[in-house]
Each structure stands twice: as C-alpha cells, then as structure tokens.
Design a protein around this ligand. Sequence first.
Ligand SMILES: *Cc1c(COP(=O)(O)O)cnc(C)c1O
Length: 239
Amino acid sequence: MTDRRTQLAQNLAQVEERIAAACAAAGRKREEVTLIVVTKTYPASDVRHLAELGVRHVAENRDQDAAPKAAQCADLPLTWHFVGQLQTNKVRSVVKYADVVHSIDRTRLVTALSAAAVRAGRELDCLIQVALDAESGAVSGRGGVAPDGVAALADAIAEAEGLRPAGLMTVAPLAGPYAGRPRAAFERLREIATDLHAAHPAANMVSAGMSADLEDAVAAGATHVRVGTAVLGVRPGLR
Ligand SMILES: *Cc1c(COP(=O)(O)O)cnc(C)c1O
C-alpha cells in the first residue's frame, strides 16, 4: 500500500498540472489562481501532510469538524477558509480560526459575524455566496443569495466592523438554467464579480470550481478553486 503522504503528493501534482494547463489554455498566469484544498471529512494528519507538501490554503464546511482540526493544526502556516452553510450560533467558533468565509448569504449572518469578529479581535475576509439558480431576492436551499441581492449584502459587509468584502463564491447549480453548464455559470459569476469590484475595489476574489469543473472556473476567470476529492480521494458519504 502506498503511504498516505505519497498518495497526497501524487494527487496534488495532478491537480497542479490541471490548473497549470487550464491557465495556459486561458492565457492566464498560474499565479492568478490559488488552490484551496477542501479537507472536510479528512483528519488533521492529512492537513499536516498537505502543509508539508506546500499547500497554504485549506477549507472546511462544518464547524464541528473544522474547529478541532484547526486547533490541532494551529502551528502550520495555513489560511483557513470556511465554505459551508453557516448558522449564526456557530459564528463565535468560526471566527476563531477562519480567515476567509465564502458563504455569506444573508444580512443576519453579516451582523452575527461582525459582532463575533469584533469580540475575537479578528478581521475576516467575506465572500458572498451567489446562488445562480435562486429566484430574485431568495436564498437557495443549498445556500447562496440570488444575484440581485449581492450589492446590498456587499454594502452591509463593508459597513460592518471586523469584516471586509472580498469577493464572490458559487457552486455550479444542479438545477435551473445553468444545470450541467458550469462554464456558463462561472462566466455569469464573473460578470457579477465585475460589478461588485466596481463598487468595492478590494473585493477581487472569485471562488469557483471544484474537482469536476476547475478547468471551467479557470477559463471563466476564477481566482480561487476549491478542490477536495481530486486531492484527498472520494469522501465516504455525500457531503
Ligand atoms: C466539498 C466542497 C468542495 C470540494 O468539492 P470536490 O468535488 O470534492 O472537489 C468545494 N466547495 C464546497 C463549497 C464544498 O462544500
């Protein structure tokens, strides 16, 4: 049996090759795209291997798993991204370890995160999660605000103490007009990001693309791709 470290190194090399090829195909510089490895369901020992292999950005989607894992990895030079749906009763824990939250989709969450960040003496980069399949004004079942809610949410983040509007995040929709069309979805996200950037010049992150569709995301201008399965393997159970 290949040891875990070797396996992760091989998987990382393959993902790196895919990102480099996608950048080349899109005429983009490799440095324009940051790899975030999504370590959800995998142990802290994997996070440690990844850090030793040069990974600097990791993401988690459930506070219950992320908080102890981040604590065990506090000595590592990592930026922690929170990418899951976030309940307001979890924000006090999340602000202790997260540097970037990708899943802001309602003003109540902005208020709660701001209060928690101030209390913890931390500054958080906040991405608005866009649900490209949500109806006007609505928040989708998988999280994310409809495109027409982005501007108001960004203004709320900009006004909130301890929070900075940093950009947008999306997950390719499984339903609606963009189902099965990740490239078109990510291009739409990029358009919304351009409008956001005009209003908030520091909000320049575009977080899109996972193991299955990272090439589409890079082609559409993503600055951050979130890759789990292709680095760590297929997760037991769907999450
Ligand atoms: C799990 C997850 C990913 C990674 O998905 P893979 O298909 O395993 O690469 C990316 N983004 C979010 C929000 C996730 O929850």
